[in-house]
Design a protein around this ligand. Sequence first.
Ligand SMILES: NC(=O)c1ccc[n+]([C@@H]2O[C@H](COP(=O)([O-])OP(=O)(O)OC[C@H]3O[C@@H](n4cnc5c(N)ncnc54)[C@H](OP(=O)(O)O)[C@@H]3O)[C@@H](O)[C@H]2O)c1
Length: 342
Amino acid sequence: MKAVGLKRYLPIDNPDVLLDVDIETPVATGRDLLVEVKAISVNPVDIKHRKPDRSNADTVEDPPRVLGWDVAGIVVAVGPAASLFRAGDAVYYAGSIVRPGGYAQFHLVDERIAGRKPANLGFADAAALPLTTITAWQGLFDRMGISQSGADKGKSLLIIGGAGGVGSICIQLAKKLAGLTVVATASRPESAAWARSLGADHIVDHTRELAPQLQAAGVPEVDYLFCANAADRHFPAFPVIMRPQGKICSIVDAPNAADFTLLKRKSITFCWEAMFTRPIFQTPDMIGQHDLLDATAGLVEAGVLRTTATSNLGRINAANLKQAHRLIEGGKVIGKLVLEGF
Ligand SMILES: NC(=O)c1ccc[n+]([C@@H]2O[C@H](COP(=O)([O-])OP(=O)(O)OC[C@H]3O[C@@H](n4cnc5c(N)ncnc54)[C@H](OP(=O)(O)O)[C@@H]3O)[C@@H](O)[C@H]2O)c1
């Protein structure tokens, strides 16, 4: 089958960074689905796993390593223990970081972390959603314990990185499901307009101090904070801008020198969300990702949530994937980049 793979871990300007390759088509066993990949989207995690660093400088991948953890496609075969899907079903999912990714014509995924594709979205628009939705959903509802059904209505949330892939769905979940007052960071007119169009009530610029801007917006302290970017830069503001007994969820690394004791006086909870935890550790509640993707499909079909795809870069090949990686490395992507067909 056709795929896009890497043999060496190289910087994006190296012509061999991503290669069009031919590799063996995998076979579904156990609870796996074999999916014909129709569309994918690209995430910063793809870049993290492609970039050169000390640990991979001398590594040569043979067969080539396939990245890519956002897929929409059609099930073509199922393993003997699979029971949730059958051949012909349209699915969307992020998959598992400890397995090969979806830059390939055919791909294996455990059915417990796949959902049915929203019927009213094409494959490219659907591929934009899974990884970021799982991240935002688990961060808001599972880790911070925010009510999905409106019991926390009117409480406030600050999203750092509001216009990015995660922020774009996080704004929608927080506004449309939880009924929170949403403050999102955005540093440019176009990213601010995008965040507003998704439901953000207030925009603050992450390149300037957050506390005075929150004061000016009439939300001097927030109940919840979802950190999807630059925790190192913004951490010192957290003890100031959080309400007593508030909750912070970070999906990005905290600074080495972060003094968590500063959160003690206000009894602020700090928690992590890593969306691959369930598939990596095969946790007993792994099927929660299937359930949340199915619930998301229903919400998209009902018009409550919308796709976050903003740019279709064309066919799934090395040239177009290099462009996607280059754009994400630039740190200015609004919404999600998608690619479609081989
Ligand atoms: N833990 C997990 O499970 C998990 C899951 C998904 C993603 N992540 C991580 O979360 C981060 C965000 O992912 P993403 O897909 O949303 O990325 P993305 O789409 O590439 O984010 C791009 C956005 O980041 C904003 N941004 C750039 N620099 C910023 C800064 N210093 N402070 C605040 N915002 C800034 C930009 O907004 P402006 O243009 O307005 O400046 C841009 O719109 C990545 O590091 C990713 O690896 C973690």
